[in-house]
Design a protein around this ligand. Sequence first.
Ligand SMILES: Nc1ncnc2c1ncn2[C@@H]1O[C@H](COP(=O)(O)OP(=O)(O)OP(=O)(O)O)[C@@H](O)[C@H]1O
Ligand SMILES: Cc1ncc(CO)c(N)n1
Length: 268
Amino acid sequence: MFKALTIAGSDSGGGAGIQADLKTFQELDVYGMSAITAVTAQNTLGVQGVQPISKEMIAAQIDAVAQDLGVDALKTGMLFSSDIIITVAEKIRHYGWNKVVVDPVMIAKGGAPLLQQEAVTAVKEKLLPYAFIVTPNIPEAEELTGLRIQSEADKIEAAKKLISYGVKNVIIKGGHDENTNESIDLLFDGKDSYTFTSHRINTKNTHGTGCTFSASITACLAKGLSVYESVVIAKRFITAAIEADLELGSGHGPTNHWAYKRKAGITV
Ligand SMILES: Nc1ncnc2c1ncn2[C@@H]1O[C@H](COP(=O)(O)OP(=O)(O)OP(=O)(O)O)[C@@H](O)[C@H]1O
Ligand SMILES: Cc1ncc(CO)c(N)n1
């Protein structure tokens, strides 16, 4: 039995955040647990409200899981404020967790802020030193490094800068690079870089792609796979989920979390 924890925000619409993470853990045969950092009122059209949870309650959720169930790997998603980031980083340090996936969530697809601007420094200084892998999209990598990313060489430069903050591995996702008909993710382990390429799927239903991708990596790390192997599976999982996207709601619809398992011929 492998167990994974997500420390992230709730998306009432079910396509991103905690809900996407738990669905992904389940599909990859990993027992999922959660510590909710904020509740969002959200659907495919946008974010209608955000209510952060107190840092005491976030700490209590993490302690409850750590002290009874145990954690093989964890991911962080929406953390919203510096206070929450510091609380989470302190718990990661306290429990000595090292399979830590940091998805530096900043802005929802519709443009709503999920991280306060003044909290970016806390992500860099307080959280990234504990990250085994950080999974920014291109705008997030630009914000964290202050660099412009337009080419593969730029991605490597940005990844090197992120490594200098104490992260072990970096994957810069290519979902936002609409200049190509491919979606290219670049993994850098501090020494070598590897690219993971899929054809660009023409759909507006990409709500929660980043959450789903980082949750897949977390589930695979929990099972004991290497970072490279985990990214291979995560890329297959997210590509299948976007290919079989769900036409739900009238905005950016969710991806299909059960597509990967169905594709493998596993039906219940
Ligand atoms: N249109 C697409 N076609 C194929 N793959 C895609 C597409 N959009 C995103 N991806 C893949 O989905 C994963 C997540 O990338 P993306 O850059 O969309 O993350 P994100 O912006 O953090 O997502 P989120 O909307 O959850 O914040 C990556 O593996 C990326 O290559
Ligand atoms: C709660 C939450 N976390 C992350 C994202 C990013 O997709 C979102 N839209 N909502």
